[in-house]
Design a protein around this ligand. Structure first.
Ligand code: SF4
Ligand code: SF4
Ligand code: SF4
Length: 310
């Protein structure tokens, strides 16, 4: 009961933090939209947190999926398609180069850059509009270890987008804002349709809902800077753990949780998306989402060849 009350209090605090950010931006930038935007996102996260505290272990994943849908549909559908804001990485790069502190730049700074110092890659676990679709496919638990060198495509993708935006910025009509908005809006539509197609195809072929995150998405490249410092991380209590490995088998990102546990470390992997599947599955209640200050650069991931020799 005490635990449930603590979780409820946490949900209220989360809401108030988002509300405070919205109020601050509203008052400093003079635009009421910021208050609406952050209040809505705070509400979506808080609903997920409340559901997470009241649902049974088997149903807890729905708290995450509901928050993911609420935020994902809002970011892509309302801000992206209706508001014509390119919330993708190309929009972020472009407006950053223009020195324009608008929607995509604020979104990236809060959710994907500075936010990782607090919550790691929680955006990936709880808010991404690409994965809100593939998370409904039947391979939430990956069937195999990770493909070792395929992760390099994420870096190539990142560099490719950066290169294209630099070309656009240097050689095209950057002062013609209407023209640039038109190009970025086209990129948003084509980019998302392509992302969804690749994400679904990869998930189906590799039987892994998160295959797109592991091998194709450029966003983790940005997130990897702050995540090792993240205040909130997963921790396994060594004295409670029976080494049944259920948490490792359930981890959608193929993280070797027990290696961290055995070396008395929290899960500092830059691949952890704070989805809390490991917390929900542990029969001993040994896994918690804890706050603290630490740093670890080493990555412990289950790859195909490692899995075979285990
Ligand atoms: S890695 Fe990319 S696709 Fe996957 S959840 Fe994060 S932002 Fe979304
Ligand atoms: S599920 Fe719990 S008990 Fe089993 S290995 Fe993971 S932390 Fe240990
Ligand atoms: S370690 Fe736990 S929280 Fe992190 S990705 Fe794996 S299952 Fe999710």
């Amino acid at each position: 009961m005490d635990m449930q009350r603590r979780k409820m209090t946490k949900s209220i605090i989360i809401f108030l933090v988002f509300f405070a950010i919205g109020t601050f931006l509203w008052l400093t930038k003079g635009n009421l939209f910021y208050l609406f935007n952050f209040t809505y996102i705070g509400l979506s996260v808080s609903i997920g947190a409340v559901l997470n505290s009241i649902l049974s272990s088997e149903k807890k994943m729905w708290s995450r999926k509901i928050t993911q849908l609420m935020i994902g549909v809002y970011l892509l559908g309302v801000l992206g398609f209706l508001g014509h804001e390119n919330m993708q990485i190309e929009g972020f790069f472009f407006y950053l180069l223009l020195g324009s502190f608008t929607g995509p730049v604020i979104h990236y700074f809060i959710a994907k850059i500075f936010g990782t110092l607090l919550f790691g890659r929680a955006y990936c676990g709880w808010a991404c509009w690409t994965i809100m679709i593939t998370d409904f496919l039947p391979w939430m638990k990956p069937q195999k270890g990770r493909l070792k060198y395929w992760g390099i495509f994420r870096y190539l993708h990142f560099l490719g987008v950066l290169f294209l935006i630099l070309i656009l910025w240097m050689f095209f009509r950057v002062n013609d804002h209407e023209y640039i908005s038109f190009i970025l809006f086209k990129c948003l539509i084509i980019g998302n349709l392509t992302y969804y197609a690749i994400a679904i195809i990869l998930a189906t072929i590799l039987k892994d809902n998160r295959a797109f995150c592991k091998y194709a998405c450029p966003i983790p490249v940005l997130m990897k800077f702050g995540t090792p410092f993240s205040v909130w991380k997963i921790k396994i209590e060594k004295n409670k753990c029976t080494e049944c490995r259920l948490c490792e088998k359930t981890c959608p990102m193929n993280i070797k949780l027990l290696v961290y546990m055995k070396s008395n470390k929290r899960i500092a992997s830059t691949e952890c998306i704070a989805c809390q599947q490991c917390v929900n599955i542990c029969p001993e209640n040994a896994v918690q989402y804890t706050k603290g200050f630490d740093f670890e650069i080493k990555q412990y991931i289950n790859y195909n060849h490692i899995k075979k020799s285990e």
